[in-house]
Design a protein. Structure first.
Length: 327
């Protein structure tokens, strides 16, 4: 099969190659998926560049990147229902703690990591449901239903934030979102009742006014830089559902204000989400799709030979639409 590989840390164009590798086989409890689209996420770029904290060398001799993807099951291993052959699926954790991910013509994964794609959902959209989709569903609904609550989504124009806005609105919450100026109308159309520029000097006051005195839950992409503001805008007993803090990976915690509101900090790393929570997040995603509540921007699609350009687009930021490699 054709596969994109890397063997050492470095810039995308320096280390990503297309090679012929042996097609994997489906072992016991596994399925072999003919990959249609492989999703590129910031974590894939960080792994390839060597910028993950504490990682000093590649974990495997040869790595096929990417955790997310979508395709069709061609072969099932022992113990897997043969009726799954021909099933359209989306994939999660394709390259988590294993060398061969989804950026190849085929991938073999444990059967539970190939989730049946709901009817009517495009394979292109399925390739976005792993890291962005599950992160959005978990950060919005990880504490239960949000109907009647006010949810603040930080970075509502980003891959996770844009889905979180739609999911929270579908779940019955009043949604407030922050984003860059260019994304304001797009984020409003996604379901946010109020959208503010994240750089506004009056952001805290505007959020308090829009929420009528405070928000119940925050979906947070940049915990460190925003933590002080969050203590101002959250109601007592509110929750910060954080999934990132790239601009400050060692933030100072304003414990006093957090203590006297008894705020909860819920950090999500979707790779290690427990099975019950993952199944609940999957169910939320599928239900939202069934209700027509999730609309994804047109993806940016690259051929296998253009995988380096796909990585560069993710690293550049400021885009709309998922970044996919067509396999």
């Amino acid at each position: 099969m054709k596969a994109v590989t890397w063997r050492g840390f470095g810039p995308a164009r320096a280390v990503l190659k297309v090679e012929d590798l042996a097609t994997p086989t489906a072992g016991a409890g596994e399925v072999l998926v003919r990959v249609a689209y492989s999703g590129v996420n910031p974590s894939d770029c960080k792994a390839r560049s060597g910028s993950r904290p504490g990682v000093t060398k590649p974990p495997f001799e040869v790595i096929v990147p990417h955790s997310d993807g979508a395709g069709v099951i061609e072969v099932v291993g022992d113990g897997v229902d043969a009726a799954r052959v021909g099933q359209r699926v989306w994939l999660w954790n394709g390259q988590w703690q294993r060398p061969f991910g989804t950026c190849a013509e085929y991938v073999a994964v444990p059967a539970e990591q190939a989730v049946a794609l709901p009817d009517g959902v495009l394979l292109e959209d399925g390739a976005v449901m792993g890291i962005p989709g599950l992160t959005a569903a978990q950060t919005v609904f990880g504490g239960g239903d949000v109907s009647g609550q006010t949810v603040l989504v930080s970075g509502g124009g980003g891959s996770v934030g844009y889905l979180a806005v739609q999911l929270a609105a579908w779940g019955g919450a009043t949604v407030i979102a922050t984003c860059g100026a260019r994304d304001v109308e797009r984020v409003k159309a996604a379901g946010a009742s109020h959208v503010f520029d994240y750089a506004s000097p009056t952001l805290a006051a505007d959020t308090l006014a829009a929420s009528g005195g405070g928000v119940d839950r925050v979906v947070e992409v940049e915990l460190g830089p925003n933590l002080v503001l969050l203590t101002e805008v959250l109601k007592p007993l509110g929750t910060i559902a954080a999934y990132g803090s790239a601009k400050d990976m060692a933030p100072e915690m304003p414990f006093g204000p957090m203590l006297f509101k008894a705020l909860k900090l819920d950090i999500s790393l979707i790779y290690i989400l427990p099975l019950a929570a993952r199944e609940a997040a999957i169910a939320r995603l599928h239900a939202a799709f069934a209700d027509g509540a999730l609309k994804l921007d047109a993806p940016n699609v690259f051929d296998l030979e253009e995988a380096a350009a796909a990585h560069e687009l993710v690293e550049a930021g400021g885009r709309t639409g998922a970044v996919l490699v067509k396999c």
